[in-house]
Design a protein around this ligand. Structure first.
Ligand code: SIN
Length: 488
């Protein structure tokens, strides 16, 4: 990779707070460091937002809310559509920036920019389809009219693992519905979101509608917003413990809440499955985003008659993947986001191995710079291994066996999480039985990828509630007003 291009990109990247349509420094003048997880070197310093900056961002939202809600749906959609086009025009720069701050290989960053842009295209089309209902009272005496209105100013808190797409799938429906917003991007990866804000400004975004406040002190900055009754909604993607805290804060003024929280995705392979497809799709379900995804397959439950072959083939494929800086040619596995994350992954592997697991490939840190961890396949997992219960968020695939269909469903549901499950079988009746028996919000049926802007993404149990994308996505930013119409 051309380091002059990296330097020039970083020299031009926005590093301020974006409030009321203006770039500005933090009220305290403080900045914080953004690091390249592949080299552990500094990329840039970013303005460190304060509670007062967050309040100023909410003031800007409140100032812009009425006019934006009254803006014709087509115009609201057009801002998204023009940004979709700009994102695709600038995909190379956006992808490089994402790889620098987050670590994923360039090809995956490009895929995320394209995926993120599609949320804007989808919600540009949804803006003009917001509607209501008109019906006759059962006794014929009057009429029922329902209409949809924007919920109002929103706080959108986005994670580091998908720095653009997890933002666009919140920002897209909020903009389309007529809401204004404060975005708090992840401390580790704010550059992609700041660049997106700049593209939206270029695409004609009115001042004050979208405000971005990066900060190294997430709770100090977002806390005061929950005290302010002008905030009307919070949408969060991140860990379940943080989601629970935000739900408590949201209760103060009874905010609308959407929560996309943790996962512990089971990947079920039955004896009648197409094993080639099950292995191929496992690479996607496990290794997309270096395994740092809440929809990553966390545990593989494989029928005992095919488990050894499946594990050996998966180990052969994962062991052959090229690990390195995401900007280097042919790299398929980048670094983990930081040392904390790598240590957590290493601890989970050590715990499983200490309890009898066999390492088929990997099982160790890679290199002496950057937070690399080798793609790892483990077999012979004991029931009390922590990685069966905890979200691994790394390139580790534990393979366990099952004997009966009932046992597979029971094992899959044995988790407080319920985001997604993957099922591989060529028997249609079994597929329907298993899909219906799983306590999850999404199922990949003979597929290792469910993410799709046109589909409803979201979980049940401690994986959260609310749906992002699809038809339901915009509803999270609208409330229903019912009008009782008298005709007497
Ligand atoms: C995630 O939230 O980690 C996964 C997001 C996606 O695939 O859309």
């Amino acid at each position: 990779m051309d380091s002059a291009r990296e330097t020039s990109l970083l020299q031009n990247v926005p590093t301020g707070l974006f409030i009321g349509g203006q770039w500005r420094g933090s009220g305290s003048g403080a900045t914080f460091r953004i690091e390249d997880p592949a080299t552990e070197q500094s990329l840039v310093e970013v303005a460190d937002g304060t509670p007062d900056d967050a309040r100023a961002a909410l003031d800007a939202c409140v100032g812009a809310q009425e006019a934006w809600a009254a803006t014709p749906p087509r115009e609201r959609g057009e801002v998204l559509r023009r940004t979709y086009e700009l994102m695709n025009e600038r995909i190379d720069d956006l992808a490089l920036l994402m790889t620098l701050e987050m670590g994923k290989p360039l090809s995956e960053s490009r895929a995320e920019v394209a995926y993120g842009a599609e949320f804007f295209r989808w919600f540009a089309e949804e803006a003009v389809r917001i509607d209501g209902r008109w019906s006759v009272n059962p006794n014929g005496s009057g009429r029922v009219l329902t209409m949809k209105q924007p919920v109002g100013p929103c706080l959108l808190i986005t994670p580091w693992n998908f720095p653009i797409a997890m933002g666009t799938r919140k920002i897209g429906p909020a903009v389309a519905a007529g809401c204004t917003m404060v975005v708090k991007p992840a401390q580790l990866t704010p550059l992609s979101m700041l660049t997106l804000a700049d593209l939206m400004r270029e695409a004609g975004l009115p001042d004050g509608l979208l405000n971005v406040v990066p900060s190294s002190k997430a709770s100090a900055v977002t806390g005061p917003l929950f005290e302010d009754p002008r905030l009307r909604k919070v949408s969060f993607t991140g860990s379940t413990p943080v989601g629970k805290t935000l739900m408590e804060l949201a209760s103060k003024h009874v905010l609308r809440v959407s929560m996309e929280l943790g996962g512990n995705a089971p990947y079920l392979v039955f004896d009648d499955a197409d094993l080639d497809a099950a292995v191929e799709q496992a690479l996607i379900a496990k290794m997309r985003n270096i395994g740092e995804s809440c929809v990553a397959a966390n545990r593989f439950h494989v029928h005992e008659s095919v488990a050894d072959e499946f594990a050996a083939r998966l180990a052969q494929r994962m062991g052959a993947m090229k690990v390195g800086r995401g900007t280097d040619d042919g790299v398929q596995v980048g670094p983990l986001i930081d040392e904390d994350q790598r240590s957590k992954v290493a601890e989970l592997v050590d715990d499983a191995v200490g309890k009898g697991a066999k390492v088929l490939t990997g099982g160790e840190r890679v290199g002496d710079r950057g937070y690399f961890y080798a793609p790892t396949v483990l077999a012979g997992i004991s029931d009390d291994a922590a990685l069966l219960r905890e979200e691994i968020f790394g390139p580790v695939a534990p393979v366990k066996t099952f004997t009966t269909e009932q046992e597979a469903i029971k094992a899959a549901n044995d988790s407080e999480y319920g985001l997604v499950a993957y099922v591989f079988t060529s028997d249609l009746k079994r597929a329907i039985r298993v899909v219906e028996g799983l306590d999850v919000g999404m199922v990949g049926l003979n597929r290792g990828l469910v993410s799709n802007p046109a589909a409803e993404f979201g979980g049940v149990k401690e994986s959260g509630f609310g749906r992002e994308g699809g038809r339901d996505g915009i509803e999270e930013y609208l409330y229903t007003k019912y009008v009782a119409v008298d005709l007497s």
